[in-house]
Design a protein around this ligand. Structure first.
Ligand SMILES: NC(=O)c1ccc[n+]([C@@H]2O[C@H](COP(=O)([O-])OP(=O)(O)OC[C@H]3O[C@@H](n4cnc5c(N)ncnc54)[C@H](OP(=O)(O)O)[C@@H]3O)[C@@H](O)[C@H]2O)c1
Length: 190
């Protein structure tokens, strides 16, 4: 990657699902431009080390699954059936028992959505946009209406007070089906 940058073929490079140990190793060879790890209101493990590390070292943090595979929109329920080709059949938080157990997160978001005249998904995105200057969420959707809805999150402005309250209340809620709890890709979390 360093050679490609030197030759002007690429401007920068990134890695996905990496922990600080690996990031530090590669930094000494060819500094990273961006890291793409899972991050949402339901997946906050990387707040501890990777996100602060990236901020300190001028590395962009690209948050994938920022709507927690659709859960944070409130449109996924215990009645939702995923097709055989839908990757969400493998996502621990999409199991019916975890969808039910994580409802307190959704109830919290709904309060803000109501008061800000926004959708749940927009609040979930606005929260991370407010929280960090270097975090860029990449919500995924095959639906034009939802793509536009998600883009609208940039217009949802949480005041410092609203953000602090939301973030504080969120931290008090226990999240169920975290990948770490079910031993899913835990080697990359730290
Ligand atoms: N680096 C990696 O290892 C990695 C892993 C996973 C994903 N990714 C990338 O990350 C991006 C997003 O990941 P993701 O798809 O897991 O993210 P996500 O945005 O958390 O979840 C996407 C799911 O939520 C639904 N959704 C999105 N916006 C919605 C809204 N406003 N209201 C209701 N439902 C909504 C979508 O359904 P509809 O399509 O029906 O709207 C889709 O099923 C993709 O570009 C993907 O390629 C990277």
């Amino acid at each position: 990657m360093g050679r490609l940058i030197k030759e002007g073929l690429i401007c920068g490079w990134g890695m996905s699902m990496v922990n600080t140990e690996l990031i530090e190793r590669v930094q000494s060879i060819t500094p990273l431009t961006a890291v793409q790890n899972i991050y949402s209101m339901l997946d906050r493990d990387y707040e501890k080390k990777v996100i602060p590390y990236c901020l300190e070292h001028n590395i962009g943090f690209v948050a994938f699954s920022p709507i927690a595979s659709g859960f944070l929109s409130g449109k996924v329920t215990t009645e939702t059936e995923f097709g055989f080709d839908d990757v969400r059949i493998w996502v621990p938080q999409m199991k019916k028992e975890n969808i039910a157990a994580n409802q307190p997160v959704l109830e919290l978001i709904q309060q803000y959505a109501k008061s800000k005249d926004a959708t749940n998904a927009q609040i979930a995105l606005a929260w991370m946009l407010k929280k960090y200057p270097h975090v860029v969420p990449i919500p995924g959707s095959k639906n034009q209406e939802r793509i536009l809805e998600n883009l609208g999150a940039w217009q949802v402005e949480l005041s410092d007070e609203e953000f602090m309250e939301l973030d504080g209340r969120l931290s008090q809620i226990t999240v169920h089906g975290n990948r770490r709890d079910v031993g899913f890709a835990t080697e990359y979390i730290d």
